[in-house]
Design a binder for this molecule. Structure first.
Ligand SMILES: Nc1ncnc2c1ncn2[C@@H]1O[C@H](COP(=O)(O)OP(=O)(O)OP(=O)(O)O)[C@@H](O)[C@H]1O
Ligand SMILES: [Mg+2]
Length: 262
């Protein structure tokens, strides 16, 4: 695929073409991802489900530009990915905040553009903290926040670069069920406002169904796409959505696929 100039229509578009990734040391090398092929349209919310260890984080790492492809190509905004870029933001389950920096400075630290003075960086950081519902917490230190609040700071720190694609690797995996649902709602609220493309990895079928427009199911390694399932449930979704007949049908299908995949 040749590099094409980014046009409005390409912003937030993801093209994964015949991507294979081999990992491990030379004598124990194996194929983690095997010829993955898919496209994500701008503004789509796609969840990735798959058995433990199948290569979900490897896929996200490749999209972020941290993991090299063995074969194939990934393009974001119509341009091949060849390293990290602020048009792609990555949020993990583990916290990566600096404990010695205040919340506002943690968020401002994420800014990857040069030439902004401290006051401007703080103004941007305050705006993003408000977006994730943390106004008033700017001067706290991470240790003074709950797990869910820390995860909101992580999200604000990533969104401060206005990424075209938001990559999330089980970001709510460590949270209790109630906080997790609150974070899912918050994420959908942010997504509705920003319309960033989201690729969200999870183990949790309910979470995928609650969030996604589409679910990609990966097989056990070497991971291949075994299903690409549309989730045509109305939005905004709430707890009632999760007991709707359409929801249960897709859930059954995902459960069966994951059982086979494992
Ligand atoms: N750099 C590496 N060196 C060796 N093995 C690796 C490397 N990166 C990943 N692997 C292996 O590749 C496979 C896929 O790993 P990955 O972390 O992508 O899986 P995952 O689907 O995210 O797993 P989980 O559900 O546990 O988060 C695993 O078997 C892992 O041990
Ligand atoms: Mg993982």
């Amino acid at each position: 695929m040749s590099a094409v100039p980014v046009t409005g229509a390409d912003v937030g578009r993801v093209d994964v073409r015949s991507v294979s990734i081999d990992v491990g040391p030379a004598n124990e090398r194996f194929t983690a991802l095997d010829r993955l092929d898919f496209t994500i349209e701008p503004g789509e919310f796609v969840c990735v489900l798959g058995p433990s260890g199948c290569g979900k984080s490897t896929l996200l790492g490749a999209m972020a530009g941290h993991v090299a492809l063995t074969r194939g190509e990934i393009a974001v905004d119509g341009e091949p990915v060849d390293g990290p870029h602020r048009n792609r933001g990555l949020v993990f389950q583990q916290h990566t905040l600096f404990p010695w920096k205040r919340v506002i400075d943690n968020v401002a630290f994420g800014l990857k553009m040069n030439g902004l003075c401290l006051a401007e960086r703080h103004r941007e950081a305050r705006e993003l903290l408000a977006l994730v519902g943390l106004q008033g917490f700017e001067s706290r230190y991470p240790v003074q926040l709950s797990g869910g609040m820390q995860q909101r700071v992580e999200i604000a720190r990533t969104l401060i670069n206005r990424p075209h694609v938001l990559l999330m690797d089980e970001p709510f995996g460590a949270l209790d069920a109630q906080t997790r649902r609150m974070m899912q709602r918050l994420l959908l609220d942010i997504w509705t406002r920003m319309r960033t493309t989201v690729l969200f990895v999870t183990h949790d079928i309910d979470e995928a169904l609650f969030l996604a427009d589409r679910i990609l199911v990966l097989s056990h390694r070497p991971a291949r796409i075994v299903a690409d399932i549309a989730v045509p449930l109305a939005r905004p979704r709430d707890d009632e959505s999760t007991v709707a007949a359409g929801f249960i049908d897709i859930k059954r299908r995902c459960l069966a696929l994951l059982r086979e995949a494992a």
